[in-house]
Write a protein that binds this ligand. Structure first.
Ligand code: UDX
Length: 481
C-alpha cells in the first residue's frame, strides 16, 4: 500500500553577508517572499540586527507577516569594529571560525522549526557559497545562491580562471597596464579593460586572498540549486545569456526595491508600509531642503555604506562640487573619512543655501525627488539600480570590489553617465558635474529615462522580473514536495 508522505509547508531561510548593501536588498527579497505567503526566517548578525532595530521600524513593518521571523547569529567581531573599508575582510575571517559552526548547529538543532515547519530552502548570500552549500547538502535542504552584484560583474568574477589561463591576469604592476583591453570575459571584449575589473584584480599576486575568495565562491555557485540576481533582463541581457550556459536555473528579479514597491502598491495603494533598511539614522531634514530646489538642479553625492575617503579625496570632491556652482546634497557617513578632517569652512560659508550635508539620507526617496538631476556615486550595485529606476544620470567614482565593473557599464555601455574611476581631482570633478548637468544633460536624461522605463516595465505584471519572482516562489514551494 502506498503511503503518501505529508507535504511540509515551504520554509525559506535567508542568510545575507552581514553588511548594509547585502542585508538591505535581501530583506527586500524576504518581504517579497512574505507577500507571496511563504514562511520566511531572516538570519541577521546580532550587530546588524541591533542597528536595524535602532534606526528603522523594521519590526512593525514585518508585524503583518505572521509567518516571518528574525534569527540572529554572532559575527565574531567586537561591537566597535568598523566593518567597512579594508576591514570588511575581517568578517571573512570570522566566517570559518565563528559563523559556520553556529549556522550548522542552528539547522541541526532544529531550533528554527520549534514553532515553524522545517527549513525547506536556504537562500544564502553567494559570497558565502562554500559553507552554506556544504551544510545544506549535509542536511538534504535545497539551496539557492543570491548575489548582490550585477550580472556583468558576476560574469567577470566567473571568468577569472579563464583570465588567468589566458595570462590576462595578474596585473603587471604598472599603471599603463590598467588600460590593457581584455578578451577573456566573453561578451564584454569590446569595452572591458583591466582597469574595469573588480578592484582585487589589481593585485600582482594571484594568491591574493580577496581574489582567490571571490573567484572560488563564484565558481561554487554552480553547485547550488539555482542563482538569484538583483537585475533585469533588458539591462544585462548579454551577461545573463552567458551565465545561463553554466547556471540554467537563473532568477532575475530586480530591481528588488522596485519589485517590492510595485507589489506593495498593488495590495496597498497608500504605500504606507514602504520604509528603509538603514543601519544609520536617516536625516530626513534634507527632504524639506530638496523641496525648495528647482527641478533637476541638485547634485546628490553619496558613496554608500563602506567607502572610506582620504582627507585629500574629501577636499578634492569639496572644491569640485562647490566650484561646479550646482546646489548639492552630500552624504558624509560617520567615520567615512580617514583621520580628522573638516571641509574648508570658508567655502561652506559661501554655499550655505547651495549645499546641504547629512550623515545618512533616505536615499531611495532622495533619488526619486524631482529636484535631483545628477548622482555622484561609488557605483555600488544597489545605488546604481536605485538611480536607474528613477532615471537619474550618474558620475561614477568606484571605490572597490564590484564597483569598477558597474561604473564602466554606466559610462560606456548604457550611456547613463560618466565614469570618473581612478581620478580624484577638483578640476575633473567640476567638469564632469557641468558635463552631466549642463553640456551633455539632454542626452543623459534621455537615455536614463529610457532605461528607467525598461526597469519599471520589468517589475510590472507580465514583465520579466515580475514573472521570474512568481517562478521563484513556485519553485520554492515545489522544493518541499
Ligand atoms: C557594496 C557593493 O559595492 C555593492 O555593489 C553590493 O551589491 C553590496 O555591497 P555598498 O557600499 O553598501 O555596497 O553600496 P550599495 O550597494 O550602493 O548600497 C548602499 C545602500 O545604502 C543603498 O541601498 C542606498 O540606498 C543606501 N543608502 C546609502 C542610504 O539609504 N542612505 C545613504 O545616505 C547612503
Amino acid at each position: 500500500m502506498d503511503h503518501e508522505m505529508p507535504r511540509p509547508d515551504p520554509h525559506v531561510l535567508i542568510f545575507p553577508f552581514p553588511v548594509q548593501g547585502h542585508v538591505s536588498c535581501m530583506l527586500k527579497l524576504a518581504e517579497l517572499l512574505c507577500l507571496a505567503g511563504l514562511q520566511v526566517t531572516f538570519l541577521n548578525s546580532d550587530y546588524i540586527h541591533r542597528r536595524l532595530l535602532l534606526y528603522t521600524d523594521v519590526l512593525s513593518r514585518f508585524t503583518p507577516y505572521k509567518r516571518f521571523n528574525f534569527e540572529t547569529i554572532f559575527d565574531g567581531l567586537p561591537a566597535d569594529h568598523p566593518r567597512s573599508g579594508d576591514r570588511v575582510t575581517d568578517i571573512f575571517d570570522s566566517i570559518e571560525a565563528v559563523i559556520k559552526p553556529q549556522f550548522r548547529e542552528m539547522l541541526i538543532s532544529g531550533r528554527l522549526s520549534d514553532s515553524r515547519p522545517p527549513v525547506t530552502c536556504i537562500i544564502a548570500d553567494g559570497i558565502m557559497c562554500s559553507f552554506t552549500i556544504d551544510v545544506a547538502r549535509e542536511l538534504g535542504i535545497q539551496i539557492l545562491s543570491f548575489r548582490t552584484v550585477s550580472a556583468s560583474c558576476f560574469w567577470a568574477f566567473f571568468c577569472m580562471p579563464k583570465l588567468i589561463h589566458a595570462c590576462e591576469l595578474p596585473f603587471k604592476g604598472e599603471d599603463d597596464d590598467l588600460d590593457r583591453s581584455l578578451s577573456s570575459v566573453t561578451g564584454m571584449e569590446s569595452f572591458l579593460r583591466l582597469r574595469d575589473l573588480p578592484s582585487f584584480c589589481r593585485e600582482t599576486n594571484l594568491a591574493h586572498r580577496g581574489l582567490q575568495l571571490v573567484m572560488s565562491e563564484t565558481q561554487k555557485a554552480t553547485r547550488a540549486d539555482g542563482l538569484i540576481l538583483n537585475t533585469f533582463e533588458d539591462l544585462e541581457e548579454s551577461a545573463l545569456t552567458h551565465i545561463r550556459k553554466h547556471i540554467p536555473k537563473l532568477y532575475t528579479i530586480g530591481p528588488l526595491h522596485d519589485n517590492l514597491r510595485a507589489r506593495i502598491t498593488k495590495t496597498d495603494s497608500s504605500q504606507s508600509r514602504l520604509s528603509s533598511n538603514s543601519l544609520w539614522e536617516e536625516d530626513r531634514s534634507c527632504m524639506a531642503w530638496l523641496d525648495d530646489q528647482s527641478p533637476r538642479s541638485v547634485l546628490y553625492a553619496s558613496f554608500g555604506s563602506m567607502t572610506v575617503l582620504t582627507k585629500d579625496e574629501l577636499i578634492e570632491f569639496w572644491y569640485g562640487i562647490v566650484n561646479s556652482g550646482k546646489p548639492f546634497l552630500w552624504v558624509i557617513r560617520p567615520n567615512s573619512v580617514v583621520g580628522e578632517c573638516q571641509v574648508p569652512t570658508a567655502l561652506l560659508t559661501g554655499t550655505k543655501e547651495r549645499g546641504y550635508m547629512v550623515g545618512w539620507a533616505p536615499q531611495e526617496e532622495v533619488l526619486a525627488h524631482p529636484a535631483v538631476g545628477g548622482f555622484l556615486t561609488h557605483s555600488g550595485w544597489n545605488s546604481t539600480l536605485e538611480s536607474i529606476v528613477v532615471g537619474v544620470p550618474m558620475i561614477c567614482w568606484p571605490y572597490y570590489a564590484d564597483q569598477q565593473v558597474n561604473s564602466r557599464l554606466v559610462g560606456e555601455v548604457w550611456k547613463l553617465g560618466l565614469d570618473m574611476k581612478d581620478t580624484c581631482d577638483r578640476v575633473i570633478v567640476e567638469k564632469m558635474i557641468k558635463d552631466l548637468m549642463e553640456a551633455r544633460r539632454d542626452g543623459f536624461v534621455q537615455s536614463a529615462s529610457q532605461m528607467a522605463k525598461l526597469a519599471r516595465k520589468s517589475v510590472t505584471e507580465g514583465g520579466s522580473s515580475y514573472d521570474n519572482l512568481d517562478r521563484l516562489v513556485e519553485d520554492i514551494k515545489s522544493m518541499s514536495h
